[in-house]
Write a protein that binds this ligand. Structure first.
Ligand SMILES: O=C(O)Cc1cc(O)ccc1O
Ligand SMILES: [Fe+2]
Length: 425
């Protein structure tokens, strides 16, 4: 049996039980085996064809059959809303979160650090970090507010979704579409990582322009799981994020009961090692857009609601060039994380599992030590190896949560202290 189908955004047909998938129609009068047909939309019905995303699910019971939701009382750090007081235009950075001491699954292990807009705007992005040490066994999570991009930092994740099972390890990413239920297992017993929650236009591959038909993240390297389901008539809690807050209800069965599905709205995984990195072979450090894996466009052409950008291993060969990221002020806002290794613009203080925020117009770039080293190094071909940093860049300035603001490193500004003054002739 196929475990995964290759390709980005393909139309997939898959059934875990032979004969479960209707042939030639979506909603037969009586689907096979008494299954329930259900359409899940990722775009408006009338979206242009190339942006139209939906899947048809054939399940043991309809999603519609559920008791009312009430407020979920756990996961106090997950989606608490951001600080509304005036936000100082300071650069912010965080150490990795402490490991949980009590048994904590992925839902309760989520901490929202940064967010912008309101999920109800259908625009914006939130950056969460997670630290968990317990499988989700008798409950599932579903996000009505957006798609979830998982970026593991330590420990594997098994995402058992309505549309199939996805296994990822650090260095791989996975996307769970808006509205798709899942539970997460931790094959290594614990896991930490990042989640970018995209409230806006669906993540897609960026246009390649003059790069041509191939390069960056190639469509064939994305993998969508085959249908998989569990037939469990045990109490199963659903925790749902909706309009910015968490809600709960309990079913008498697992909703991961989709026996067959077809369509082009589905979870996927991608190995960042497959990214075809393109860099300067002459001079100057290119704009980081050259490292875009996925983009969620806004309504303004070229101005992303969210870009997922990576800083992967690569050769640096540029001549007469300051090779690390330059000093800059950006009208876009930059949240950065580090999966492993060291980031070439920060000699100290940016640890794997950590996070930084350089909001719009914040002056930033290499710290003093990185600047000194790169200004004086002999410019031989040099391989940046053993590292993977990433950025969630957005046109909407981020606001931190109170939890994040209280825990920001107190001395981040010192990273840019002590630059010698230029000497004019
Ligand atoms: O600020 C950062 O470290 C991210 C970044 C990297 C880069 O190579 C160029 C610009 C940029 O914002
Ligand atoms: Fe930057």
């Amino acid at each position: 049996m196929t475990d995964y189908f290759p390709g980005f955004g393909n139309h997939v047909s898959t059934e875990a039980v032979p004969g479960a998938l209707p042939v030639g129609r979506n909603s037969p009068q009586r689907p096979a085996y008494g299954l329930y047909a259900e359409q899940l939309s990722g775009s408006a019905f009338t979206a242009p064809r190339h942006e139209n995303k939906r899947s048809w699910l054939y399940r043991l019971r309809p999603t519609a059959e559920h008791p009312p939701f009430v407020r979920y009382q756990g996961a106090k750090n997950f989606a608490p809303g951001t600080v509304r007081e005036p936000l100082a235009p300071n650069r912010l950075r965080w150490d990795p979160l402490p490991a949980p001491t009590a048994p904590t699954d992925l839902i309760d292990g989520m901490t929202t650090m940064l967010a912008n807009r309101d999920p109800a705007d259908l625009e914006g992005v939130a950056v969460h970090v997670y630290a968990a040490n317990k499988d989700m066994t008798d409950r599932v999570f579903v996000d009505a507010d957006g798609e979830l991009l998982f970026i593991p930092q330590a420990g594997r994740l098994a995402l058992l979704t309505e549309l199939g099972r996805i296994d990822i390890a650090p260095g791989q990413i996975a996307l769970v579409p808006r509205g798709v239920k899942f539970r997460a297992l931790l094959p290594d017993g614990s896991a930490t990582g990042y989640v970018a929650e995209n409230h806006g236009a669906l993540f897609r591959l960026p246009d390649l322009g003059p790069i041509g038909a191939n390069g960056l993240a190639n469509p064939r390297d994305f993998e969508t799981p085959a249908a998989w389901f569990e037939d469990r008539d045990d109490a199963t809690e659903i925790v749902q994020k909706s309009l910015g807050s968490l809600w709960t209800t309990t079913l008498d069965h697992s909703p991961l009961d989709v026996v067959a599905w077809h369509g082009n709205l589905a979870p996927w995984r991608y190995d960042l090692a497959r990214f075809n990195t393109i860099n300067s072979v002459s001079f100057d450090h290119p704009d980081p857009s050259i490292f875009t894996v996925l983009t969620s466009p806004s309504d303004v052409p070229g101005r992303a609601n969210a870009d997922f950008v990576i800083f992967p291993p690569r050769w640096m060969v540029a001549e007469d060039t300051f090779r690390p990221p330059w000093f800059h002020r950006n009208v876009m806002s930059e949240a950065m994380g580090l999966i492993h290794g060291a980031y070439d613009a920060k000699a100290e203080g940016f640890a794997p599992g950590g996070l930084s925020l350089h909001n719009l117009m914040a002056g930033h770039g290499p710290d003093l030590a990185s600047w000194e080293a790169a200004s004086n190094v002999e410019l031989k071909p040099h391989k940046i190896a053993g590292t993977m940093a990433f950025m969630v860049e957005t046109c909407w300035p981020y606001r931190p949560t109170a939890y994040a603001l209280e825990r920001a490193q107190p001395d981040y500004d010192a990273a840019w202290k002590g630059f010698p003054k230029a000497k004019l002739p």
